[in-house]
Design a protein around this ligand. Structure first.
Ligand code: IPE
Ligand code: IPE
Ligand code: MG
Ligand code: MG
Length: 367
C-alpha cells in the first residue's frame, strides 16, 4: 500500500513569522497586550488559529502575551540571551505547548492573576521546548530546523549546548516568578523525562531491532512528557484536576512524535524544513523502519552506518513502499481516538472544543 503524500499545509515549519504583537507589554499585564493597539490575533500562528478561536475570545490575547514576553526575554538586548537564542526563539514554530496550557486553563484564565499565570506557564514551556530542540539538534547533529541552520550548525556544539542551558534556566526563572512549587515540579519532571528519552534514544542508536514498546516509551519520554506538563500547568492555573488532561496530552504527544517520524521518511524538505532520512542518518530507528523491516528483507539487512544522503532517501522510499508509514499513521490515529474518547465531560465548552481540535490536528497533520 502506498503512503499518501503529506499535505503541504502539514508542519508549517517554514511559515512566515506573525507580526510582532505589542512588543514589550506582556510579561507584566495581559490587559496591556489585549488593549495595546496591536491585534492580538496577529500573534497567533495561522496553523493553530482555529484552535485558539474555538477555545474562547480570551485566548488570542494570552498567546500574544506569551509571544511578546518570549521576545522580551530572547529579543535583541533581552534579559538573558545572545544572538543564537534570539534566532532560536524568533525562528517561529507553532507554539503548540503554550497553547495547550492556555486551552486547558480554560475560561477561568480569562483575566487577572490566572491570566498572568497562564502566560508565565506558556513562556516557560516554549523556552523549555526551544532548549530541548537546541540540545536535540546537537545530539542529532542536525543541520536544519524550521528551514534555517541550527545553532549547532551555525555556532558549534559547545555554543548550542550552552544556548540550551541558558534557555532552560530562563524558563525556570520565569515560572518561579509565580511562586508555584507544583508548577516548577511538573516542569522539572518533564525535563528529566525528556532527557531520559534522549538518553534512551542514544543508547538505542543504530540498533534496527529495537522493541516496539521501547520505541513507544522513548516517544512518551521525549515528546509526551512536555505535552503532559503543558496540560498539568494549564490545569493548575485553571483549578481543575490535571490527571485526565495530562493523560490526554501524553497520548497526543506520542501520536505527534509518530507523525514526526513518518514525516522524516516521507516529508518533502520544503514542508518539514529538513532533509528526508535524517533519523536514519543519525542512527535513530523509528516505527516506520521497525514495521518495514518485517516486510522487506533488504531493509532488514540495512546497515544504517553505511548510508549517505542519497541512499538514505532511497531507503525512505523503500520504507514507505512497504506501507509502514501508513501503518504508523494508523497507530497515531488510534492513539488520538482513544485519547479523545477518554476526555472527561467538560462544563467548559471552549476547552472541550479546542482540545478536540488539537487531537484531530495532530492526526490530520495540521500541527
Ligand atoms: C518538534 O516539535 C519536535 C518534536 C517533538 C517532534 P514542534 O513540531 O512542535 O516544533 P515547532 O516548535 O513547531 O517548530
Ligand atoms: C523530538 O525528536 C525532539 C524532542 C522532543 C526534543 P526528533 O529528534 O524527532 O525531533 P526533530 O525531528 O529533530 O524535530
Ligand atoms: Mg531531532
Ligand atoms: Mg524527528
Amino acid at each position: 500500500m502506498a503512503t499518501p503524500r503529506p499535505r503541504v499545509a502539514a508542519r508549517a515549519t517554514t511559515r512566515p513569522r506573525a507580526a510582532d504583537p505589542a512588543a514589550g507589554a506582556a510579561g507584566r499585564s495581559v490587559a496591556t497586550v489585549t488593549a495595546g493597539g496591536t491585534e492580538p490575533r496577529a500573534a497567533v500562528p495561522a496553523v493553530v488559529a482555529p484552535i485558539a478561536d474555538a477555545a474562547g475570545p480570551h485566548v488570542a490575547g494570552l498567546v500574544a502575551a506569551v509571544e511578546s514576553r518570549l521576545r522580551e526575554i530572547a529579543g535583541p538586548g533581552g534579559e538573558a540571551l545572545d544572538l543564537a537564542g534570539t534566532a532560536a526563539v524568533a525562528a517561529g514554530g507553532k507554539r503548540l505547548r503554550p497553547l495547550l496550557a492556555i486551552v486547558v486553563a480554560g475560561a477561568a484564565a480569562g483575566d487577572g492573576e490566572r491570566a498572568l499565570a497562564a502566560v508565565r506557564a506558556g513562556v516557560a514551556l516554549e523556552l523549555i521546548h526551544t532548549a530541548t530542540l537546541a540540545h536535540d539538534d546537537v545530539l542529532d547533529a542536525a543541520p536544519l530546523r524550521r528551514g534555517r541552520p541550527t545553532a549547532f550548525a551555525e555556532h558549534g556544539r559547545a555554543a548550542a549546548t550552552c544556548l540550551g542551558d541558558v534557555l532552560f534556566a530562563a524558563a525556570f526563572a520565569e515560572l518561579a516568578t509565580g511562586g508555584s512549587t507544583p508548577a516548577v515540579q511538573a516542569l522539572a519532571g518533564a525535563c528529566r523525562e525528556l532527557a531520559q528519552g534522549e538518553l534512551l534514544q542514544r543508547a538505542d542508536a543504530w540498533r534496527t531491532d529495537v522493541a516496539e514498546a521501547r520505541y513507544l516509551e522513548r516517544c512518551r519520554l521525549k515528546t509526551g512528557a512536555l505535552f503532559a506538563a503543558a496540560a498539568t500547568l494549564g490545569a493548575q492555573v485553571g483549578g481543575v484536576a490535571p490527571e485526565p488532561y495530562a493523560r490526554f496530552a501524553t497520548a497526543i504527544g506520542v501520536a505527534f512524535q509518530l507523525f514526526d517520524d513518518v514525516l522524516d521518511v516521507v516529508g518533502p524538505p520544503e514542508v518539514t524544513g529538513k532533509p528526508r532520512g535524517t533519523d536514519l542518518l543519525d542512527g535513530t530507528v523509528t516505527l516506520p523502519l521497525l514495521l518495514a523491516r518485517a516486510q522487506d528483507d533488504g531493509l532488514r539487512a540495512l546497515d544504517l552506518r553505511s548510508l549517505d544522503a542519497a541512499s538514505a532517501a532511497a531507503a525512505c522510499d523503500r520504507i514507505a513502499a512497504t506501507g509502514a508509514t501508513a501503518a504508523t499513521e494508523h497507530r497515531a490515529r488510534q492513539l488520538v481516538d482513544e485519547a479523545l474518547a477518554a476526555l472527561p465531560p467538560d462544563a467548559d465548552a471552549g476547552r472541550d472544543r479546542a482540545l478536540r481540535l488539537i487531537g484531530r490536528g495532530v492526526v490530520d497533520r495540521r500541527l
